[in-house]
Design a protein around this ligand. Structure first.
Ligand SMILES: C[S@@+](CC[C@H](N)C(=O)[O-])C[C@H]1O[C@@H](n2cnc3c(N)ncnc32)[C@H](O)[C@@H]1O
Length: 475
């Protein structure tokens, strides 16, 4: 499609979009820019794309509007086993190295598909691990997959794909890991689907690394075909956050077209015959002691708070067993502090101990029913287990409780996250949850007027969302 907007308008729009969303539209991508605005127009209640474009330039946009715009302007193109060279290096070099170094002690692997689109990249990694680690069940593997487009996330969670997603995939992939459905599409095996946790995260707006969104202490971050669409400034900011999100010796994998020593100057480039990967090589070998500032902070803390401080510090570096020991000390010193139980839960979640994490969060809520972050964490844990009705309930609680907080208030235990931003994140998470099967849902409701179809308003224990108990399945 050739752009139909006047050049002056496209030039203004491209500057505006760069400033608002960090997305980069040079002249050769103006047709993409116009196409994205045309797709966004109905969401802003415009039937005419040019009027929408002119309105965008004149209206003050809320953060949510910016995200709607950005989600239409970003490219979701992806497929299974894309860019095989870097996946080959992951398989032949990085993974064996990680397995060897972790096998003796903490059998833990943390991988993040950042900008995961509809999930093909994250599932490719899960499938690789499934094939390569014979004792996989003895390992605590986290594959986090994040995106800021709820529609993509919803498709990713469903794990159902058409032929086009397999365009460069090996033949065995569909045979071994997918089931063909009656409609001709392919559904990923539930065992693989459960290995990946999909979550909402906007690189431009959200805080990472953070224990709150489980983005710290990563061994490998794949962020491929994402940075190329950002302005240089935005890409630099994102990669320096990734640097902090990696453990020492951790790897960043970008697309060959994004590999740049200027952009990735914090990292050490490691050249393999097929591609260059980037590694975090901090001065200290494997383990960082608290810095002088951090020690001073700890010393200033109340005696009871020091173990919790150490627990956080160790967790941020991926030293989870030590973190748990500190957390146990914190709990022993002050059993009735809900924050310690919450911290315990975030660390156990990182260790893959979901049931224990849920128990600790319930304990935290018993001590403080209005602990917003504990409701949020419970929502995410249930979501990651495929228990969407429970997830919806806890996310509903978060929205309900946040009504009492001003949007710019920083929430406790949230690494600087504000109430307003959490409302936006939870709203997007709710939109990304798979919809209940509408046909059966409606049929069931028609046949069951006696059933409990209600609107909860009981704060802290349930949600103000209206739902039918039959509408959501826990699987
Ligand atoms: C081209 S896809 C790449 C998918 C996959 N990584 C791959 O290489 O096949 C780019 C993804 O980045 C996501 N994205 C773009 N800007 C983002 C942002 N600010 N925060 C989070 N995700 C973003 C888009 O929604 C899209 O799904």
């Amino acid at each position: 499609m050739r752009p139909t907007f006047p050049s002056s308008l496209l030039s203004q729009l491209s500057e505006f979009v760069a400033a608002q969303t960090g997305l980069y539209f040079p002249q050769e991508r103006w047709s993409d820019l116009e196409r994205g605005i045309a797709a966004a127009a109905p969401d802003f209640n415009f039937s005419d794309r040019e009027s929408c474009a002119r309105w965008l330039l004149s209206a003050p946009l809320t953060r949510h509007m910016n995200e709607v715009l950005a989600s239409h302007l970003s490219v979701g193109e992806t497929y299974f086993f894309r860019e095989k060279q870097s996946l080959g290096i992951f398989e032949e070099h990085i993974l064996p190295m990680l397995l060897q170094s972790r096998r003796q002690n903490e059998r833990r692997l943390r991988i993040w598909s950042a900008g995961c689109s509809t999930g093909e990249e994250a599932y490719s990694i899960a499938i690789l691990l499934d094939r390569l680690i014979p004792d996989l069940k003895d390992w605590n593997v986290t594959i986090l997959a994040t995106d800021f487009n709820p529609k993509f996330l919803r498709k990713a969670v469903q794990g159902v794909y058409g032929e086009w997603s397999f365009r460069d995939a090996p033949v065995w992939l569909r045979e071994r890991y997918f089931t063909k459905r009656a409609d001709g599409r392919f559904e990923i095996h539930p065992r693989i689907r459960k290995m990946v946790t999909f979550s909402y995260l906007n690189f431009a707006e959200d805080i990472y690394p953070s224990l709150v969104n489980n983005t710290s202490a990563m061994d490998v971050i794949l962020c491929r075909n994402v940075l190329m669409y950002f302005t240089a400034q935005r890409a630099k900011q994102v990669t320096s956050n990734f640097y902090r999100a990696l453990v020492d010796g951790g790897w960043l994998i970008v697309s060959p077209t994004e590999a740049s020593t200027t952009l990735l100057s914090l990292f050490t480039p490691v050249e393999f015959p097929e591609a260059v990967l980037y590694r975090k090589m901090a001065d200290t070998p494997s383990y960082q002691l608290p810095s002088e500032n951090e020690k001073a902070d700890a010393a200033n803390q109340d005696r009871h708070e020091a173990p919790a401080f150490m627990a956080r510090h160790c967790a941020n570096q991926g030293r989870l067993s030590e973190a748990l020991e500190w957390c146990e000390k914190a709990i022993a010193a002050d059993k009735l502090n809900p924050v310690h139980h919450y911290l315990n839960a975030t660390i156990m979640q990182e260790q893959g101990l979901h049931d224990n994490a849920i128990q600790s969060l319930i304990r935290a809520l018993y001590l403080e029913p209005r602990f917003v972050l504990a409701h949020f964490a419970l929502g995410k844990l249930h979501q990651s287990q495929g228990c969407y009705r429970e997830a919806q309930r806890y996310f509903g609680n978060v929205l309900l409780l946040l009504r009492k907080h001003p949007p710019d208030e920083t929430l406790p235990e949230a690494d600087g996250l504000t109430a307003g931003r959490l409302v936006e994140i939870v709203t997007s998470l709710l939109a990304s949850l798979p919809q209940p099967a509408t046909a059966t849902h409606k049929a069931k409701n028609l046949n069951s007027s006696h059933r409990d179809h209600r609107e909860h308003r009981d704060e802290a224990s349930s949600t103000y969302f209206s739902y039918s108990p039959d509408g959501w399945d826990c699987y």
